[in-house]
Design a protein around this ligand. Sequence first.
Ligand code: PGA
Length: 242
Amino acid sequence: MENKKLVVANLKMYLSTSDIATYLKKIAPLERQNVIFCPTSIYLPYFVGHGYGVGIQNVAATELGAYTGEVSAIQAAGLGVQYAILGHSERRQYFGETNAQIHQKIIQCLRAKMTPIVCIGETAEEYQKQQTKEVLKQQIIACFRDLPAEAISKVIIAYEPIWAIGTGKIPRNEEITEIASEIKHIVVEKFHCHMIPVLYGGSIKCSNIEQLENIKNIDGYLIGKASTTEEFFRLLEVVYYK
Ligand code: PGA
């Protein structure tokens, strides 16, 4: 049976304008509806309308108005963008994004009929102190606060341990399995919602994708650096055709 896993390519701010032209040519033959490309905002129009999913890497916490430099969910949705990565740890770390802002951004996305991909994850210190589950629970509760089950059922969660992003380190399969099940359980228990998709992200590469594919309870992957290189096509081969 066809693998329905979602693969989200978070291109971050890696590619220059000329790199993007080359990249678009390389991904043109892909017909996979389950692959979602998330380029830098200014390149979004180049990605829309080609059969694959398209996501923005962040949206404003407000709708339209005097917010210089921001891009609202309603503007992105108007271009045909269907997904938004929210609360990525780089946004939290470098731009001071809070769970309260992420909460507002989720609302903006849902109003614009976009699917939020909400990133959560623990620091290395929290991982070492075995606080992961508690930290994730707090992030989920703060981000989803007061949202009805019907709204939360449209959200995707990406579990990205901060210590795994761009470091080459990943948790053991048993750890990811346990955390994915805990995340799904928290959402069901606290928000009376059905189980929502949970992706894993952080240092996914050809050298670990086969191992990750043995995990039964994750619904896909959020891939950063490797999605900007040739490695990405080999990763897709493993996920969809192996
Ligand atoms: P990485 O990033 O794959 O480069 O570790 C993942 C992410 O930050 O989404």
